[in-house]
Design a protein around this ligand. Structure first.
Ligand code: ATP
Length: 131
């Protein structure tokens, strides 16, 4: 027990590397099997290409990246929560429904904000390029 506690408190490159490895496993898993995650990744790629072509400034890039990484991170948390709920019960329960729907609502809120940021930053530049 003491050794385990000590182990948790000391900094170890090996442990940090292991944590990164597990995080990449999660990313790989989500990219392979989570439909919504794949949609967010594709959207992020399109927005990044669009923003590059439209030559946005540093501050605009910051807003775009906060939006992109925020949506992706929240989607990953949502997927994790869905699994925890499914692990906790395989019955239809109001609390399970609330937990999943609340997590989905969190993603929706952030995605809406990201969409507004995208339209505000890229919209006028796109219109200017087209007309
Ligand atoms: N155990 C449960 N009890 C009650 N309602 C549930 C339960 N599991 C899921 N639901 C309801 O069914 C909906 C669909 O659940 P599901 O687990 O398929 O997630 P999802 O929103 O379709 O996400 P994804 O497509 O990423 O798996 C949930 O949003 C929730 O409202």
């Amino acid at each position: 027990m003491d050794t385990a506690l000590k182990d948790n408190r000391t900094f170890s490159i090996k442990r940090v590397a292991r944590s990164f490895k597990y995080a990449f496993h999660g990313l790989k898993y989500a990219a392979k099997s989570e439909k919504n995650f794949q949609i967010h990744l594709t959207t992020a790629l399109l927005v990044t290409v669009c923003a590059s072509i439209l030559n946005i400034n540093k501050m605009e890039w910051l807003f775009i990246f906060v939006s992109i990484f925020g949506v992706i991170a929240l989607e990953l948390v949502n997927s994790a929560l869905e699994r925890v709920v499914d692990l906790a019960t395989d019955e239809i329960k109001p609390l399970a429904k609330q937990a999943k729907d609340l997590a989905a609502a969190a993603v929706l809120m952030y995605a809406l904000m990201a969409a507004i940021i995208g339209v505000v930053i890229l919209g006028p530049k796109l219109l200017h390029m087209i007309y």
